[in-house]
Every structure is written in C-alpha cells, then in structure tokens.
Write a protein that binds this ligand. Structure first.
Ligand SMILES: [Zn+2]
Length: 109
C-alpha cells in the first residue's frame, strides 16, 4: 500500500489521479447475481456509476450488477468473474471484458 503524504493533514485526491493510476477494467469474482463486495479503492467508481450499495450486514461496500453484462445483458452468476469498467461504469462478462481490453490495447505490429 502506498501512503499518501499530506502536509496539512488534509488529503485531497482528485478523481483524475486515480483514473490514471488504476486499470480501467477491474476484475472481481461475483458474490451473488445482484451484488459483490468491493474494497474502498473501487467505492468512488461505484458511486460514479450509480452502483454503490451500503448498509448491508455482511459488508461495507457493494457493487450492484443485477443488470448483468452491459453488452449482452448476460447475468453474472455467483462465483463468476466479471469486470467493472471504471471509465464507463459498465459491468462486463469475462468474454466482453476481454474484447474490450483487447480493443484498448495499443496496436501491435
Ligand atoms: Zn457480455
């Protein structure tokens, strides 16, 4: 973990900083079809995407993905890996996440 130093005791982190430092596609394993527990690093992206759920007994932060894959609507089953696109806020099944990752990769010769 990287400790962010703050001389005045206040930490101000602009969203741009995190966007450039984090990969756009975040892979997680689904807890249930409806939601998956996430760490604090993803909370701001979940908020931005309108997918954050809190106040549950079994955890602090959850990402809602009951709408399934943003491309084909495929529902994410418990235990399935899926990707959260922190740029667009979409949920993607593994197949479409791989497609998107490939399209984002710089072209190789
Ligand atoms: Zn899909």
């Amino acid at each position: 973990m990287t400790a962010l130093r703050s001389g005045s005791g206040r930490a101000f982190i602009g969203p741009e900083v995190l966007v450039t430092r984090m990969p756009i596609l975040r892979f997680e394993a689904a807890d249930t079809t409806e939601r998956t527990q996430i760490g604090e690093g993803l909370v701001r992206f979940a908020v931005k995407a309108g997918r954050l759920e809190t106040g549950r007994e079994e955890g602090r932060y959850f990402l809602q993905h009951a709408d399934g894959c943003g491309v084909d609507g495929e529902r994410i089953r418990p235990g399935d890996p899926f990707a959260f696109d922190t740029d667009t806020g979409e949920i993607l099944c593994v197949g479409h996440a791989a497609e998107r990752a490939a399209s984002q990769r710089p072209t190789a010769n």
